[in-house]
Design a protein around this ligand. Structure first.
Ligand code: NDP
Ligand code: 8X3
Length: 251
């Protein structure tokens, strides 16, 4: 291995996950996970100039696939130091009485259950070696509920509870758990939420300077590179123009 630490990143194929993959390539060997085979190939080709990279292609909702892919890692690669649970999205922005059940399933299955499946199999390795660091990507939506945010907020509130629960249960196993809660970050997030409606997606960020994936990647890099005795347990990161989920200083 070119680098002596290993990070596994879910949702590495876009937005925050892609930026984080780039940012961590200086100090980590990388296990990049995603569903988009072409994008995984492109990322791995470019980053393998800087570090050792392998890719795992799976949908985090498919527990059998998650188990098979993670347990297929060679012993060297099972030695994961950092897990970044980033894969996730919002689907829809509707009053709860108008929401689509398929959107609800997608958010709960991906943001909550997917995060749990990946964590379960990676934790098997971390517990054995009595060390590790889990970074869960929460959201300001997991701290405040906003109009029509209902199920997306619920999924991120669940992540918040899971992060706290993990930190408590993993304490005796010498495993750090950190949660990073971004506010508005301009990625593919709104295009997914609004089902490729470019105009609606643009309106989320109009008149303000939102965060970008690289901003969050730098925070993640800081958190994972803290001294061994330091754990940043929970951090909310907002654009300067954002004061809360709904208070935004738009020009
Ligand atoms: P993007 O849409 O740009 O990236 C989402 C990533 O998650 C993609 O790589 C996507 O892969 C992957 N993903 C989604 N569903 C699955 C799945 N079922 N199985 C495997 N991978 C999946 O959005 P962001 O980068 O913004 O989002 C990353 C995380 O940050 C999410 O957890 C999101 O909730 C959180 N977040 C985002 C904020 C924002 O404003 N952008 C703010 C706060 C939190 P694919 O392309 O294959 O779908
Ligand atoms: C993404 C931020 O405010 O769109 O988690 O829910 S928000």
């Amino acid at each position: 291995m070119k680098k002596n630490k290993i990070a596994l990143i879910t949702g590495a194929t876009s937005g925050i996950g892609e930026s984080t993959s780039n940012e961590l390539s200086d100090k980590f060997s990388l296990i990049l996970c995603g569903r988009n085979k072409k994008k995984l190939y492109e990322l791995s080709s470019s980053l393998s100039k800087k570090t050792d990279v392998i890719t795992l292609e799976f949908d985090v909702r498919e527990k059998k696939d998650v188990r098979e892919k993670i347990s297929s890692l060679s012993d060297d690669w099972k030695n994961i130091d950092v897990l970044i649970n980033n894969a996730g999205n919002a689907h829809g922005l509707d009053f709860i009485y108008e929401g689509e059940i398929e959107d609800w399933d997608m958010m709960i299955d991906t943001n909550v259950k997917g995060l749990l499946y990946v964590s379960k199999y990676v934790l098997d390795f971390m517990i054995k070696k009595n060390s590790g660091h889990i970074i869960n990507i929460g959201s300001i939506a997991g701290k405040e509920v906003y109009l029509k945010g209902n199920i997306y907020c619920a999924s991120k509130f669940a992540v918040d509870a899971i992060s706290n629960g993990m930190r408590i249960d993993l304490n005796k196993h010498n495993i750090k758990v950190s949660q990073i809660n971004p506010g508005l970050v301009e990625t593919n997030f709104s295009m997914v939420r609004f089902k490729n409606d470019q105009k609606r997606s643009n309106s989320v960020y109009s008149g303000l300077k939102p965060l970008i994936g690289d901003d969050i990647a730098k925070v993640i890099s800081y958190v994972v590179n803290c001294p061994e005795n330091v754990n940043i347990s929970d951090i909310t990161v907002l654009a300067k123009s954002q004061a809360s989920s709904t208070v935004l200083n738009r020009k």
